[in-house]
Design a protein around this ligand. Sequence first.
Ligand code: CMP
Length: 222
Amino acid sequence: MSHDILHATIGHVPLFSGLGDGEIDLLRQVGIKKTFAKGTLLMSEGGHGESLFIVQTGKVKVFLSDPDGKEVILSILGPGDFIGEMALIDNEPRSAGVMSMEAVELFVISKADFRSCLAKNPELAANLMKGLCQRLRAADRHIESLALMDVYGRVARALLDLAEHADGKLVINQRLTHKDIGNMVGASREMVSRIFRDLTNAGYIRVEDRRIIVNDILPALP
Ligand code: CMP
C-alpha cells in the first residue's frame, strides 16, 4: 500500500499499543484532529511545547536550520509516528522544527492529557521508551554516516533507508528534491544531482512516475 494513503488510526499506533479500550476512548475524546497544508511549520525549534502530535496521514520533516536558511533534515516521519514528546517530557524548548512535506492529518493531545495518561499507563511509558530508542539508533546511524562515509555512500545509504518494498521493487514513495536529500546527508543540491546522474547511468536507480526506484544492487557502504 502506498504511504500516501496509509492512515494511522489512534487505536493502532505503536505508541498506544497495549492500552485498554477505555484509555483509547478517553484519548479519542480529549484529542483533536487537525489538518494542515503542505509546507506548514507545525513546530518551531526553540518554541514552547504544549502538545503531542500523532501523524495520521502524510509526511513531516524534522529539521534544524541556521539564520542563513541552511538546514539539516534529522528525520522524516509519517503515519503512526509521534512528534513533540521531548518538550513535554523534559519541559525544555522544542528541540527542532517540524514542517509538513505534504498535506497532513494530525491527532493532537494536550500536554496535561498526555502526562496524565503517561502517569497512569506503564505500557505508554514503555512504548515511548521503545520509540525513543529507535530514534537514537537512527540518529547513531546518521552520525556514523556523516563521520565515516563519503558523500556517495551517504546518498546511497539515505536512498536505501528511505526505500520500501512495493510490487517487488524498492521504491521511494516520498517525493524528495535533490535539495531535500542534500539536507539529509550534508551535501549541496549540485553534488546530489551529480551523484544521481552517476547512479542512474550505472543502473543503480531510475525514476518512474516521479518516484525513485532503487535497484537492490545499490551498494550499502561501508
Ligand atoms: P520536541 O523537541 O518537543 O519538538 C520537536 C520534535 O521533533 C521532538 O520533540 C521530536 O518529536 C522530534 N525530533 C527531534 N529530533 C528528532 C530525531 N533525531 N529523530 C526523530 N524525531 C526527532
